[in-house]
Ligand binder design. Sequence first.
Ligand code: GLC
Ligand code: GLC
Length: 814
Amino acid sequence: MKFGYFDDNTREYVITQPDTPMPWINYLGSEAYFGLISNTAGGYSFYKDARLRRLTRYRYNNSPLDMGGRYLYIRDNKSGKYWSPSWMPTRAKLDEYECRHGQGYTVITSKLNGIKSSTRYFVPLGESLEIWQVTLTNESGSDSDLSLFSAIEFCLWDANDDATNFQRNYSIGQMEIVDDVIYHKTEYRERRDHFAYFACSEKLAGYDTIREDFLGKYRGWNEPQVVESGKSSNTEAHGWQPIGSHNVSVSLKAGESKQITFILGYVENAKDDKFDPPGSQVINKKKAKAALGKYLQQANADKAFAELRDYWTMLLGKLQVTTPDEHTNRMVNIWNAYQCMVTFNMSRSASYFESGIGRGMGFRDSNQDLLGFVHMIPERAKERILDIAATQLKNGGAFHQYQPLTKRGNNDVGSGFNDDPAWLVLGVAAYIKESGDWSILDERVTYENEEGSEAPLYEHLQKSIQYTLDRLGPNQLPLIGRADWNDCLNLNCFSDTPGQSFQTTTNKEGKVAESVFIAGLFVLACSEMVDIAKHHGDKAEVEKVTKASADMEKIVWKAGWDGDWFRRAYDDFGHVLGSKENTEGRIFIEPQGICIMAGLGVENGNAVKALDSVNEHLATPHGIVLQQPAFSQYYLHLGEISSYPPGYKENAGIFCHTNPWIMIAEAIVGRGDKAFDYYKRINPSAREEIGELHRCEPYVYAQMIAGKDAATHGEAKNSWLTGTAAWNYVAITQSILGVQPMFDGLQVKPVVPSDWKSFEVTRSFRGVRYEISVVREGTGNSVALTVDGKSIEGTIIPLPDKNTKTVKVKAVIK
Ligand code: GLC
Ligand code: GLC
């Protein structure tokens, strides 16, 4: 069953009933001011950091699940009937309903009692505010007398304190209401230099800022007293729960329409310019007034919206494909690219599954998120790389996470996830391949954000490689530390007390447990490092890394190969994991993917063997599970992985992030049918028809789909913020469609399904448009390229001369 449809022409997903299996959300904002918005207008807003600068309040895990957001109420003053045009929170049955999620905006349209309402929510580029443009149209056939109420609840800035520290919070709330604008200034009197404002384009009939006055005692958002009576209380909040609500009278003749604009914004003032007049306790509103002066005018707001649309046309235009498969087309051309931007912005901080108060930016996560984002705005990828690298430890290790606001490493989680540093090499390589900007290697970057410790980024990469070499175990495989890519494979933790962290409560010295995954990742990182060092003219490093990589390969064949697949790890007792010797956890997906991506087994046939084992033991119609057999009980020596019930999360769930690694591996061994088959299994658009089972949004990837051991096999969870987005984008565009940036040019080397006769790709690469058309003549994978009419050797198109704007490429698959 479907709950909507894709409108590919407008690049929107259109939800046609409000009660989707779960809230289906979207994101507003793309640089500093962000919002989450659901199909029923739930969600919240924040500035830069979802924990430290939360503008509006949202309570997770509520019932109903999605309560709190950017709400409107329409009241028919003749009958006294009222409803929410976004369905929630009143849940009055609507005659019409539609929610259109687009890139950075959402439009919710509905009709009830003859009143049509359409609200467009978006954040203008470069601004720290959101606009709600409401259009009310009277289609009732007679004149109407309406009241329109807005309603948001302010968060007292630090979302963690806001949800816990009530003995303080109930006393600190402060407001100003001036010229019909509601200002929220809690803590501004002391150390904060920022406030929020909420304004309306119309003269108000009234307002509310005290939650209890607005809702009424013991009432919820579904039946506010003020809306029921039609009369605002015009009171100012002191402590307790500050909210913002405007009340606008709207009289519409039959057939008449009116547009009303609401703006919620954020202002930061200089410390010495906080108050106006200086010395008073009155906030300086100059910036807010300027923003309102501009955007409360409909024409300016419309223009800002058009600019946002154009911006996305430009970004998405950097890579467009036309293939025989519509799911591929719309995911690559629209949704997957969009999700890559959102994951790049949010890391794992704020979604409907990530509360925004826990995790900062992950070191390995951000390096991987880059992979799907870097072609859109390389400069921002560069900035991110430098921020990440600046937190690197002097020994080459990494803080596992850092806070986006402070850009400093997070001491609570600390370091010791031994795969982390290697991802930096992959992130930097991807940036250089895309941009051709080798100068990034010379950028001077601190260690641990310590002033004076600056060293060229190149040295950071060297240290990343050395970090693994300094930490080899009894088999000469890399020591795993707290965990490798799989955060839940905790071989040194041995945690037996509820509530302890599986990752940081480490009870073992960590000198024994080893990771085959890190070995594969290391070989992959080495191959990039060798190219980087060559270009850098560093022969010694080239030799060192080439040898280290070759040695590691040998070790993998000696200690990491199980006969039919790659092993996973060795535990603290030196026992193997991911082997026929095990009864549970005999085969894992991660080492198969990463080792083959590093080129292991491609020549000797073991790669094909490993992939056949994946197909036999791990593949399901809903995707490939992480391992088999699932762990049936908690194992002290394995950690969090065995804490999950079988089939969920890392315990044999379909952890989607890993699936594209297998797609890439299948493409490497030349099996386009298989690669694409796996691609389709987890492609959200291809799963749209099974919406009742899948439950998450059909336009974005989820982190996990329940595996075959689970009671709910096929059910997705943790949508939006996942490395799945970047990796699927890489797998489909670079490996399957085969258009891949390389250090020396753009490569065209497709490995596509055998029944594909042709496809096209347009891609911007280092300022040049490549118009690539591919036709299949034979059944193999060998490719003959003609570039601007001339046939070339090999699959990499040499960089054209400076003035070239467009390059036409014809590829024939033989
Ligand atoms: C989560 C983490 C990621 C990790 C993965 C597997 O998605 O954000 O860093 O690799 O889980 O445990
Ligand atoms: C938990 C999650 C896992 C995540 C890890 C890191 O262990 O289950 O998916 O990667 O936290 O924060």
